[in-house]
Design a protein around this ligand. Structure first.
Ligand code: HEC
Length: 152
């Protein structure tokens, strides 16, 4: 047991790129990007099923839609600390300065996403067509935020 913990600790030591833990801003950026990556990974399966690229499976669709609904309930606004925009940290983040200038707008975009996530969790298991409708609504909510608040 002790050996395993030690091995894990050593692995962490060597795996930490740019020592994010020593830099709270970089740590916040990496944490929020990790959140979106997880969101994207679940969305990818659902979009693939809706398009017919992945065979529709009600249980799998419910699992991924449920993951997204749970993720949408996680408030990550604390990761948008001042000084972490794409202008402040070029090449590290795509978060546009508009986020800090227009919090109500970001909040409105986030609300649409939360609603679309709750919706897809309800409809994902009801067949491919229902899932497709859910994916369309959810995808629209992602785009609604990215268009205004994420650099290309
Ligand atoms: C309220 C705004 C908002 C919503 C809603 C939103 N995103 Fe994003 N997303 C962002 C911002 C801002 C970034 C850039 C974060 C950064 O680079 O620091 C981002 C980045 C990403 C990334 C890139 C992560 C990386 O590797 O750096 C993916 C993938 C992504 N979003 C997927 C999604 C999906 C899928 C949805 C919808 C289910 C979604 N996002 C909804 C704002 C949003």
């Amino acid at each position: 047991m002790r050996k395993i913990i030690l091995a894990a600790a050593t692995a962490c030591l060597f795996a930490s790129p740019a020592l994010a833990a020593d830099d709270p801003k970089l740590e916040a950026v990496e944490a929020r990007q990790g959140y979106y990556k997880l969101l994207g990974a679940n969305m990818g399966v659902l979009a693939g099923m809706a398009k017919g690229e992945i065979e529709y499976d009600a249980e799998k669709a419910k699992l991924h839609a449920g993951n997204i609904a749970k993720l949408s309930e996680t408030n990550i606004s604390f990761l948008y600390i001042p000084g972490t925009s794409a202008e402040d940290m070029a090449g590290k983040t795509r978060a546009l300065p508009a986020i800090w200038k227009d919090m109500p707008g970001v909040g409105a975009a986030a609300k649409k996403y939360v609603e679309a996530a709750a919706n897809i969790a309800k409809v994902a298991g009801e067949g491919r067509a229902s899932l497709g409708g859910g994916v369309k609504m959810l995808g629209g909510s992602c785009k609604g935020c990215h268009d205004n608040y994420r650099a290309k």
